[in-house]
Design a protein around this ligand. Structure first.
Ligand SMILES: NC(=O)c1ccc[n+]([C@@H]2O[C@H](COP(=O)([O-])OP(=O)(O)OC[C@H]3O[C@@H](n4cnc5c(N)ncnc54)[C@H](OP(=O)(O)O)[C@@H]3O)[C@@H](O)[C@H]2O)c1
Length: 252
């Protein structure tokens, strides 16, 4: 079985790759850094794993990977590459936020499109979203917006493909101990330890969901699922006020 995972040189993507490689799947790892990719490949069990160097915030590399997806038959595509940016919307540079939208939205949509056009019964597409795609997140407004898009796109694609035997999953981690937070401009230790998961825990939940092939949207972590259950009983105004108060802007 061949599986392509974007953003898999570290973090959640690499942990998913490790679990699947232990199950004798052949993994194709994709990210910008050749050095990190080679190190990541060396950490995988078994042989025959591929690496592709691509910056998926650029039109050229999205096009290049789209062609690889069209010509190689992958049984599973995991659109995991994504970045965040924390700060007030108008304080952050717009071109940087556009670059984030290119990666989190345009790359994911293009690769999903070309993958699903040729997918067969038994194949699966996983799009990594986020809890904040459900709650919204003042202080990371555009990031939350991109993940809201991923969540809604994925659940609709789940419905469009279920009768063809093709599984589409929108997978939503909560705060996870990875470099994501350093890149996004915040401190992972600023989150309450009670909600944090390790990338290994998140990856295991993702792989289990992929095996069950049941739900369109899955939120990672029991505490996160409980929090969302409680938030559903609150008005949207209360939710966004709460996320703003405890989010990166600390209620400013
Ligand atoms: N960590 C969290 O708290 C959290 C919570 C909810 C959702 N998520 C989502 O989970 C996914 C994985 O995040 P993570 O926490 O594992 O982050 P991470 O540890 O920072 O890993 C991100 C991966 O994406 C790659 N990447 C970044 N920009 C890229 C680009 N332009 N083109 C291609 N690859 C790129 C990175 O490799 P290179 O640097 O080599 O390119 C790396 O392999 C993301 O979609 C994120 O939004 C994370």
């Amino acid at each position: 079985m061949k599986i392509l995972i974007t953003g898999s040189s570290e973090g959640i993507g690499l942990e998913v790759a490790k679990i699947l490689a232990n199950e004798n799947k052949k993994i194709t790892l994709v990210s910008r850094s050749k050095e990190k990719l080679e190190k990541a490949r060396a950490s995988l069990h078994g042989s025959g794993h591929q690496i592709i160097v691509a910056d998926l915030s650029t039109t050229e590399d999205i096009e290049m990977l789209k062609e690889i997806i069209e010509t190689n038959k992958y049984d599973v595509l995991i659109n995991n590459a994504g970045v965040g940016m924390y700060g007030r919307f108008t304080d952050m540079l717009l071109p940087e936020q556009t670059k984030m939208m290119n990666l989190n939205i345009n790359a994911l949509t293009t690769l999903s499109y070309y993958y699903l056009r040729q997918a067969k019964s038994g194949d699966a597409l996983v799009n990594i979203s986020s809890m904040v795609g459900i709650t919204g997140y003042p202080g990371a407004s555009v990031y939350a917006g991109t993940k809201g898009y991923v969540t809604k796109l994925s659940e609709s694609l789940w419905w469009e493909n279920k009768n063809k035997g093709i599984y589409v999953l929108g997978f939503c981690p909560g705060a996870t101990y990875t470099n994501f937070h350093d890149v996004a401009g915040t401190d992972k230790n600023s989150f309450s330890k009670s909600i944090m998961q390790t990338p290994e825990q998140v990856a295991l939940e993702l792989v289990n969901a992929l095996k069950k092939r049941k739900k369109p949207i899955i939120v990672s972590g029991g505490t996160n699922r409980f929090l969302l259950f409680v938030l559903k009983m609150m008005s949207r105004k209360m939710v966004v006020n709460m996320m703003g108060k405890f989010g990166p802007l600390k209620g400013e």
